[in-house]
Design a protein around this ligand. Structure first.
Ligand code: AGP
Length: 613
């Protein structure tokens, strides 16, 4: 999950490249580097371990001139985070520099072959093998860089998004992708390359989304040329990204994550609008093309990873309750390898904020091969998952920069519940009265969230009591069991406190042994249909001196009186409580991480988009 940026044009490349790396740093941040060809034809490569700011320090007093360059911010797969393993990697001939996002799976056999040809290697990376392979083709055949890259990539298995520059052809960049995303930006005086549109959006909205096994030649003053690996020229579509530059700034918030938590009244409204007709009815995107497939489905498979998988779990509860269609929720990484039984009357709902998660892509491929209809819920326009799907519902919430997903999750839950209501209304399992009541309540959610956010300061103070906790338990039932999982994931991924989510009733089957006076137990206990049972579970905790932190419905006194801290949400319908109750848990995790001085937007070992398996 690295970030790649490239520039070729009339201006100086370095400022565009370094700003682009900052915009892509959420994709990986354990080392960074840049390669530039200056006007005298010299190839200058600079690299640094750590964040992009370390690279900026490393290039002070260096020659960073030149109007063509490539840059990279890394999430290490092969080779530890270090300057030696940082990209760009240089060829033996000293004429090529290459950056790469992905994994070359046959790099060891290629490396052995190159060593026999006299090549040496300075790093432990698979990427260095690739640049030497291209170098070998270039120098042994005398062909041009565009052709050499195509020839070399035909010998490669695995995933890649690459950019290559050649000091002997300083007016061009060659790029290619397979399995990892890569886009080309076109403006009047320059061509851009990036892992996604965010670093390009401030220069142009004209974007080409490269497809798998496509190779692009970017030459100054020319329109890009795109071909297949075999060299057949490809006609491409120029799409227009809707990213506004303001969406990429923190706008006064200390972290992107906090900004994105506070955006949720607006982003929920945006996601809702994307699934409503002018008359105010639910109208899912591509509904005419997918309605019958949902109505005739024997089963709905929901697949995703991480936070998106938690949204899938909530969707299972909603679809089975409102539309009465059997649902199975699958971790994409497990589904793709376990020889699942897939029928052509199955519908797969694939959920992904980034649209690039490798395991989810693979699960879709497998389902598609077996005739299933693919409906995806995604946030990034033009990303790989929507392009692989038969139909797609975009959430329209703007870029989510914080690695810990917040606004994307609430938008996913909203549109999945809307889908469940739409199917239930169509197949008659949901009465018009129920449908109307639930959609009326849905329209109040943004204002409910605004109310919840007013507790931010109080939650910040209370979060300090968790700062020294080594472990935490999160408990919920029904629609709120997935919220217990999601709340636990938020805490552990940004504060590094071990946290586990459990179905509350499951405690008696083992986990209650963990309860002691210094174990915080976060309970999600709004006044829903399982409230009384939840209160019993909470009393099992307090009877054993567990510390209870509770999310409750406004006005609740029963749970409040047995809890150390309560955070409140307005009363609503069971299926909408997940969207409300996750907000205090997002804030709790955020403030604990800040109190622990953790890097909230770029937690250790993580990346925003997991494009490798
Ligand atoms: C959640 O906070 C994490 N960022 C991670 O679990 C994420 O949800 C997961 O990697 C799936 O990403 P996607 O939605 O882009 O496919």
């Amino acid at each position: 999950m690295c970030g790649i940026v490239g520039y070729i044009g009339k201006a100086q490349a370095f400022p565009v490249l370094i700003k682009g790396l900052h915009r892509l740093e959420y994709r990986g941040y354990d080392s960074a580097g840049v390669a530039l060809i200056n006007d005298r034809g010299s190839l200058n490569i600079y690299k640094a371990k750590g964040k992009v700011e370390e690279l900026e320090l490393a290039v002070e007093e260096q020659d960073i001139t030149g109007s063509v360059g490539i840059a990279h911010t890394r999430w290490a797969t092969h080779g530890e985070p270090s300057t030696r393993n940082a990209h760009p990697h240089c060829s033996r001939s000293e004429r090529l520099a290459l950056v790469h996002n992905g994994i070359i799976e046959n790099y060891e056999s290629l490396r052995k072959e190159l060593i026999l040809k006299g090549y040496g290697f300075r790093s432990d990376t698979d990427t260095e093998v690739l640049v030497q392979l291209i170098d070998d083709v270039l120098t042994s055949t005398g062909t041009d860089l565009f052709a050499a890259v195509r020839t070399a990539l035909q010998r490669v298995t695995g995933a890649y998004a690459i950019a290559v520059i050649d000091k002997q052809n300083p007016k061009q960049i060659v790029a290619a992708r397979k399995g990892s995303p890569l886009v080309v930006g076109i403006s009047n005086d320059a061509l851009y390359l990036a892992s996604d549109a965010t670093p390009i959006a401030e220069y142009t909205s004209d974007i080409i989304y490269l497809d798998n096994e496509q190779v692009a030649l970017l030459e100054e003053g020319q329109q890009p040329i795109v071909s297949t690996l075999k060299g057949e020229q490809v006609t491409y579509t120029i799409r227009h990204t809707d990213i506004a530059v303001g969406q990429l700034e923190k706008n006064g918030f200390e972290h992107y994550m906090l900004k994105e938590i506070f955006e949720q009244p607006d982003t929920l409204q945006q996601a809702m609008q994307g699934c409503m007709s002018a008359a105010g009815d639910i109208q899912m995107p591509d509904w005419d093309r997918c309605k019958q497939r949902f109505l005739n489905a024997d089963r709905i498979l929901l697949t995703a990873c991480g936070t998106s998988w938690h949204a899938a779990l909530i969707a299972k509860y909603a679809i089975e309750q409102f539309a009465h269609i059997p649902c199975e929720v699958e971790y994409a990484s497990e589904f793709r390898y376990r020889q699942p039984v897939i029928k052509d009357r199955d519908v797969m709902i694939a959920i992904s904020q980034s649209g690039e998660t490798a395991d989810t892509l693979a699960a879709i491929e497998l389902a598609k091969q077996n005739g299933a209809f693919i409906y995806s819920i995604c946030n990034v326009q033009g990303s790989s998952i929507p392009r692989l799907s038969d139909a797609c519902c975009y959430t329209h919430i703007g870029p989510e920069i914080g690695v810990a997903s917040t606004k994307a999750f609430t938008a996913q839950v909203l549109v999945l519940n809307m889908l469940a209501l739409a199917i239930g209304k169509e197949n008659g399992h949901l009465s018009l009265k129920q449908y109307t009541s639930l959609t009326n309540e849905m329209r109040r959610l943004p204002q409910y969230i605004t109310t919840i956010l007013l507790q931010n300061e109080r939650i910040a103070k209370a979060a300090r009591t968790l700062t020294f906790a080594a472990d935490a338990l999160y408990l919920g039932r029904g629609f709120l069991y997935p919220i217990a999982l999601e709340g636990a994931l938020k805490l552990k991924e940004i504060s590094y406190i071990h946290a586990e989510g459990y179905p509350a009733a499951e405690m008696k089957h083992g986990p209650i042994a963990l309860v002691s006076h210094d174990l915080p137990v976060v309970v999600v206990a709004p006044k829903d249909s399982l409230y009384d049972k939840m209160v019993s579970n909470i009393r099992e905790i307090t009877a054993r001196h567990g510390r209870v932190i509770a999310v409750v419905t406004e006005g609740d006194t029963q749970v409040r009186d047995i809890s150390e801290l309560t955070m409140t949400v307005p009363p609503t319908a069971d299926c909408w409580y997940p969207i409300l109750t996750i907000i205090p848990l997002q804030l709790l995790a955020y403030h604990v991480a800040v109190a622990k001085d953790c890097n909230v937007d770029q937690p250790r070992n993580l990346a925003k988009s997991v494009t490798v398996e």
